[in-house]
Design a protein around this ligand. Structure first.
Ligand SMILES: [Zn+2]
Length: 221
Protein backbone atom coordinates (compact mmCIF):
# COMPACT_ATOMS: atom_id res chain seq x y z
CA UNK A 1 0.00 0.00 0.00
CA UNK A 2 1.33 3.36 -1.10
CA UNK A 3 -0.13 6.84 -0.89
CA UNK A 4 2.24 9.34 -2.51
CA UNK A 5 5.40 8.97 -4.55
CA UNK A 6 6.89 12.43 -4.14
CA UNK A 7 9.23 14.60 -2.14
CA UNK A 8 7.11 16.28 0.57
CA UNK A 9 6.80 20.07 0.38
CA UNK A 10 7.13 22.33 3.42
CA UNK A 11 3.37 22.25 4.07
CA UNK A 12 3.04 18.48 3.70
CA UNK A 13 1.12 16.55 6.35
CA UNK A 14 1.57 12.86 7.22
CA UNK A 15 5.13 12.87 5.91
CA UNK A 16 5.37 9.08 6.30
CA UNK A 17 2.98 8.83 3.32
CA UNK A 18 5.60 10.28 0.94
CA UNK A 19 7.82 7.64 -0.65
CA UNK A 20 10.75 9.22 -2.48
CA UNK A 21 10.53 8.64 -6.27
CA UNK A 22 14.06 7.15 -6.33
CA UNK A 23 13.21 4.77 -3.46
CA UNK A 24 10.00 3.71 -5.22
CA UNK A 25 11.98 3.06 -8.39
CA UNK A 26 14.49 0.87 -6.47
CA UNK A 27 11.64 -1.09 -4.84
CA UNK A 28 10.10 -1.83 -8.24
CA UNK A 29 13.44 -2.81 -9.74
CA UNK A 30 13.90 -5.22 -6.82
CA UNK A 31 10.47 -6.75 -7.49
CA UNK A 32 11.40 -7.05 -11.14
CA UNK A 33 14.75 -8.69 -10.45
CA UNK A 34 13.02 -11.19 -8.16
CA UNK A 35 10.60 -12.05 -10.96
CA UNK A 36 7.42 -10.62 -9.45
CA UNK A 37 4.27 -10.24 -11.52
CA UNK A 38 1.56 -7.76 -10.56
CA UNK A 39 -2.04 -8.84 -10.04
CA UNK A 40 -5.27 -7.25 -8.83
CA UNK A 41 -5.90 -7.07 -5.05
CA UNK A 42 -8.95 -9.25 -5.73
CA UNK A 43 -6.61 -12.06 -6.79
CA UNK A 44 -4.25 -11.91 -3.80
CA UNK A 45 -6.03 -14.50 -1.67
CA UNK A 46 -5.00 -17.16 -4.18
CA UNK A 47 -1.71 -15.55 -5.23
CA UNK A 48 1.44 -17.53 -5.83
CA UNK A 49 4.72 -16.59 -4.11
CA UNK A 50 5.80 -14.24 -6.90
CA UNK A 51 2.55 -12.40 -7.44
CA UNK A 52 1.90 -9.05 -5.83
CA UNK A 53 -0.77 -6.33 -5.90
CA UNK A 54 0.63 -2.80 -5.75
CA UNK A 55 -2.00 -0.34 -4.51
CA UNK A 56 -2.24 3.42 -4.19
CA UNK A 57 -4.85 5.21 -2.09
CA UNK A 58 -6.46 8.57 -2.93
CA UNK A 59 -5.33 8.96 -6.58
CA UNK A 60 -2.74 11.72 -6.26
CA UNK A 61 -1.40 13.47 -9.31
CA UNK A 62 2.05 12.23 -8.30
CA UNK A 63 0.86 8.71 -9.13
CA UNK A 64 0.57 9.85 -12.73
CA UNK A 65 3.73 11.96 -12.86
CA UNK A 66 6.10 9.95 -10.61
CA UNK A 67 4.84 6.41 -10.04
CA UNK A 68 3.62 5.50 -13.53
CA UNK A 69 6.99 5.97 -15.28
CA UNK A 70 8.68 3.67 -12.72
CA UNK A 71 5.89 1.10 -13.05
CA UNK A 72 6.09 0.95 -16.81
CA UNK A 73 9.91 0.79 -16.70
CA UNK A 74 9.63 -2.20 -14.36
CA UNK A 75 6.84 -3.79 -16.39
CA UNK A 76 4.53 -3.82 -13.37
CA UNK A 77 0.90 -2.78 -13.01
CA UNK A 78 -0.88 -1.22 -10.04
CA UNK A 79 -4.31 -0.41 -8.65
CA UNK A 80 -5.28 3.16 -7.77
CA UNK A 81 -8.31 3.88 -5.58
CA UNK A 82 -9.64 7.31 -6.56
CA UNK A 83 -12.05 9.69 -4.83
CA UNK A 84 -14.46 10.04 -7.72
CA UNK A 85 -16.06 13.44 -7.05
CA UNK A 86 -12.69 15.06 -6.28
CA UNK A 87 -10.80 14.38 -9.53
CA UNK A 88 -8.73 17.39 -10.60
CA UNK A 89 -9.10 18.92 -7.13
CA UNK A 90 -7.02 18.43 -3.96
CA UNK A 91 -7.07 16.15 -0.92
CA UNK A 92 -9.53 18.40 0.93
CA UNK A 93 -10.03 15.73 3.64
CA UNK A 94 -6.35 16.08 4.50
CA UNK A 95 -5.78 19.83 4.31
CA UNK A 96 -6.07 20.26 0.54
CA UNK A 97 -2.33 20.39 -0.13
CA UNK A 98 -1.83 17.65 -2.70
CA UNK A 99 -3.39 17.75 -6.17
CA UNK A 100 -5.37 14.70 -7.25
CA UNK A 101 -5.39 13.18 -10.74
CA UNK A 102 -7.73 14.74 -13.22
CA UNK A 103 -10.37 12.66 -15.00
CA UNK A 104 -8.12 12.66 -18.09
CA UNK A 105 -5.16 11.37 -16.10
CA UNK A 106 -7.31 8.63 -14.59
CA UNK A 107 -8.51 7.60 -18.05
CA UNK A 108 -4.97 7.68 -19.44
CA UNK A 109 -3.74 5.53 -16.51
CA UNK A 110 -6.49 3.00 -17.22
CA UNK A 111 -5.52 2.99 -20.89
CA UNK A 112 -1.97 2.10 -19.84
CA UNK A 113 -3.21 -0.90 -17.88
CA UNK A 114 -3.62 0.59 -14.41
CA UNK A 115 -6.62 -0.78 -12.49
CA UNK A 116 -8.83 2.03 -11.19
CA UNK A 117 -10.96 1.38 -8.11
CA UNK A 118 -13.20 3.41 -5.81
CA UNK A 119 -12.17 5.17 -2.61
CA UNK A 120 -15.75 6.58 -2.34
CA UNK A 121 -17.06 9.84 -3.86
CA UNK A 122 -15.76 12.23 -1.18
CA UNK A 123 -13.36 10.25 1.04
CA UNK A 124 -16.02 9.85 3.73
CA UNK A 125 -15.44 7.90 6.92
CA UNK A 126 -18.19 5.41 6.10
CA UNK A 127 -18.62 4.36 9.72
CA UNK A 128 -19.23 7.95 10.87
CA UNK A 129 -21.74 9.23 8.30
CA UNK A 130 -25.47 8.57 8.03
CA UNK A 131 -26.13 5.13 6.45
CA UNK A 132 -27.87 6.78 3.49
CA UNK A 133 -24.76 8.90 2.84
CA UNK A 134 -22.52 5.85 3.15
CA UNK A 135 -24.69 4.07 0.59
CA UNK A 136 -24.44 7.04 -1.79
CA UNK A 137 -20.63 7.23 -1.40
CA UNK A 138 -20.30 3.53 -2.22
CA UNK A 139 -22.89 3.24 -5.02
CA UNK A 140 -22.30 6.58 -6.79
CA UNK A 141 -18.55 6.18 -7.04
CA UNK A 142 -18.99 2.74 -8.61
CA UNK A 143 -21.50 4.13 -11.09
CA UNK A 144 -19.07 6.93 -11.95
CA UNK A 145 -16.26 4.47 -12.66
CA UNK A 146 -18.48 2.17 -14.71
CA UNK A 147 -19.66 5.16 -16.79
CA UNK A 148 -16.02 6.13 -17.30
CA UNK A 149 -15.39 2.71 -18.82
CA UNK A 150 -13.85 0.80 -15.89
CA UNK A 151 -15.05 -2.77 -15.79
CA UNK A 152 -15.73 -4.29 -12.38
CA UNK A 153 -13.86 -1.76 -10.18
CA UNK A 154 -12.72 -2.74 -6.69
CA UNK A 155 -13.13 -0.75 -3.50
CA UNK A 156 -10.95 0.65 -0.71
CA UNK A 157 -12.29 2.02 2.61
CA UNK A 158 -11.24 5.61 3.47
CA UNK A 159 -9.17 5.61 6.68
CA UNK A 160 -9.49 1.81 6.57
CA UNK A 161 -12.78 2.18 8.48
CA UNK A 162 -15.63 -0.25 8.00
CA UNK A 163 -18.05 -2.49 9.90
CA UNK A 164 -20.37 -5.37 8.94
CA UNK A 165 -23.09 -3.01 7.60
CA UNK A 166 -20.58 -1.11 5.45
CA UNK A 167 -19.04 -4.32 4.12
CA UNK A 168 -22.54 -5.55 3.23
CA UNK A 169 -23.22 -2.32 1.30
CA UNK A 170 -19.96 -2.64 -0.63
CA UNK A 171 -20.90 -6.19 -1.54
CA UNK A 172 -24.45 -5.20 -2.50
CA UNK A 173 -23.15 -2.43 -4.76
CA UNK A 174 -21.41 -5.11 -6.83
CA UNK A 175 -17.75 -4.55 -5.97
CA UNK A 176 -15.73 -7.75 -6.33
CA UNK A 177 -13.44 -7.00 -3.33
CA UNK A 178 -12.46 -4.30 -0.84
CA UNK A 179 -9.13 -3.34 0.70
CA UNK A 180 -8.76 -2.35 4.33
CA UNK A 181 -5.65 -1.32 6.22
CA UNK A 182 -5.04 -4.41 8.33
CA UNK A 183 -1.40 -5.35 7.94
CA UNK A 184 -0.25 -8.55 6.31
CA UNK A 185 -0.67 -10.88 3.37
CA UNK A 186 -3.89 -12.49 2.15
CA UNK A 187 -4.84 -16.12 1.82
CA UNK A 188 -8.06 -18.02 1.29
CA UNK A 189 -9.08 -17.44 4.91
CA UNK A 190 -8.96 -13.64 4.47
CA UNK A 191 -12.27 -11.78 4.08
CA UNK A 192 -12.42 -10.62 0.44
CA UNK A 193 -14.07 -7.42 1.74
CA UNK A 194 -11.30 -6.68 4.22
CA UNK A 195 -8.15 -7.51 2.27
CA UNK A 196 -4.92 -6.93 4.16
CA UNK A 197 -2.04 -4.84 2.89
CA UNK A 198 1.61 -4.16 3.65
CA UNK A 199 2.32 -0.49 4.32
CA UNK A 200 5.26 1.05 2.49
CA UNK A 201 6.30 4.31 4.11
CA UNK A 202 8.75 7.16 3.60
CA UNK A 203 11.21 5.46 5.94
CA UNK A 204 10.91 1.95 4.45
CA UNK A 205 14.51 1.24 3.42
CA UNK A 206 15.23 -1.30 0.68
CA UNK A 207 16.31 -4.01 3.20
CA UNK A 208 13.09 -3.43 5.17
CA UNK A 209 11.09 -3.56 1.93
CA UNK A 210 12.70 -6.91 1.12
CA UNK A 211 12.05 -8.14 4.66
CA UNK A 212 8.34 -7.23 4.40
CA UNK A 213 8.17 -8.99 1.05
CA UNK A 214 9.82 -12.19 2.26
CA UNK A 215 7.81 -12.29 5.47
CA UNK A 216 4.62 -12.15 3.39
CA UNK A 217 5.88 -14.87 1.09
CA UNK A 218 7.00 -17.23 3.81
CA UNK A 219 3.48 -17.88 5.00
CA UNK A 220 2.20 -18.42 1.47
CA UNK A 221 4.73 -20.97 0.25
ZN1 LIG B 1 -7.55 7.69 1.63
Amino acid sequence: MYHKVAVPGAAAKVRSHYVHPAAFDRQLQLLRSLGYRSISPGETRAASAREIAITFDDGYENFFTQAMPSLSKAGLGATVFVVTSRLGRTDEWDGGIEPLMTREQVLESAKQGIEIGSHTSRHADLTAVDPSIAREEIFESRQFLISAGMSNPGFCYPYGRHNPAIRALVKAAGYPYACGTQRGQNDLSTDNFDLHRINIRADTSLPIFLFKLLRARRTRG
